[in-house]
Write a protein that binds this ligand. Structure first.
Ligand SMILES: *Cc1c(COP(=O)(O)O)cnc(C)c1O
Length: 309
């Protein structure tokens, strides 16, 4: 998907023109993958526009940076204000927001500590995702997710996406929409950039953070909604074959939102249709972000935008 540009990008406290947001080829991040980032959506509602769970996303960015000893010169409040600033300056919603912090141009040794930390926030129009309700055909990847003592899964780091790219390319090459990686012990982990849920006998299961998954904010939102709806929720280690014999399965993520899975390894999940619990959670999620239900958890930070896409 080509990027649709916007006029401004936020860089270290200032708005700069999109075309000026460039870095040197000898920047540390280019060579050693030293970046942490976020993906956030702003949705439109009948009464305006709102950024979904802004604070949680920027808090996670700060934690991702902390894991990699990357000092961020801005407070959580300042980072949240910066996101609002760039979204309002660019004036477009719905949109996708990409905050990123990385080690820039300084030294070219492995240690990043002497390379300056650069923070950028870009956003660009990204319309409402209208997936067919047919569901996704996915596979189990031959690539494992990061082992806990290789790369920290709780950091949303650019370098983790080398693993994600292998998972995704292999899935594509074999005619699947996405791959699900196992953890280093062979248990279900997550997709290349989505958390995994399944339903069996009315119980909602998801893989725990110890199984090399990112603490997805959409994952958390679904857990909150499920508990509030009285759906029993269990976070536990899950074997691969449970996906073959479950009643429903879906991915969550800022990009994927709530996407139901039709088959895994060409084995149909139940009758392949979106099941009742997925349907109810999907509706509860979209009712909030689209403004058709009260924002009872204050998940939306209002922004003023001139044009609604
Ligand atoms: C970003 C990401 C997700 C989804 O997280 P959200 O906060 O819901 O967007 C899941 N898994 C991985 C590996 C990710 O990088």
């Amino acid at each position: 998907m080509p990027i649709e540009t916007t006029p401004n990008i936020w860089h270290n406290g200032q708005l700069i023109p999109w075309e000026k947001a460039q870095i040197h080829v000898m920047s540390h991040v280019i060579h050693y993958g030293s970046s942490v980032f976020e993906g956030i959506r702003a949705y439109t509602q009948p009464t305006g526009a709102g950024i979904f769970r802004l604070r949680e996303h920027m808090q996670r960015l700060i934690y991702s940076a902390k894991i990699y000893r990357m000092p961020i010169d801005y407070t959580l409040d300042q980072l949240c204000d910066a996101v609002i600033n760039v979204v309002e300056a660019n004036g477009v919603a719905p949109c996708y927001i990409r905050p990123i912090a990385f080690r820039g141009y300084g030294e070219i040794g492995v240690s990043p500590l002497k390379s300056p930390v650069e923070v950028y926030i870009a956003n660009f129009p990204w319309g409402k995702y209208v997936a067919g309700n047919d569901g996704a055909d996915v596979c189990i990847s031959s690539w494992n997710r990061l082992a806990p003592n290789t790369m920290p899964s709780l950091a949303k780091a650019g370098a983790n996406y080398m693993n994600s790219q292998l998972i995704r390319m292999e899935a594509d090459a074999n005619g699947y929409v996405e791959g699900i990686a196992l953890d280093r012990n062979g248990y279900l982990s997550e997709g290349s950039g989505e958390n995994l849920f399944l339903v069996r006998d009315g119980v909602l299961y998801t893989t725990p953070l110890a199984n090399s998954v990112l603490n997805g904010i959409t994952r958390d939102s679904i857990l909150v909604l499920a508990r509030q709806m009285g759906i029993p929720v269990v976070e536990q280690t899950l074997p691969r074959e449970l996906l073959y014999i479950c009643d429903e399965a879906f991915f969550t993520g800022t990009a994927a939102e709530v996407s139901h899975l039709r088959s895994v390894d060409r084995i149909m999940i139940a009758d392949g249709k979106m099941g009742p619990i997925t349907t109810a959670l999907h509706k509860a999620f979209f009712d909030i972000v689209n403004g058709n239900a009260p924002d009872r958890y204050n998940w939306l930070t209002p922004v003023t935008v001139a044009s609604k896409a």
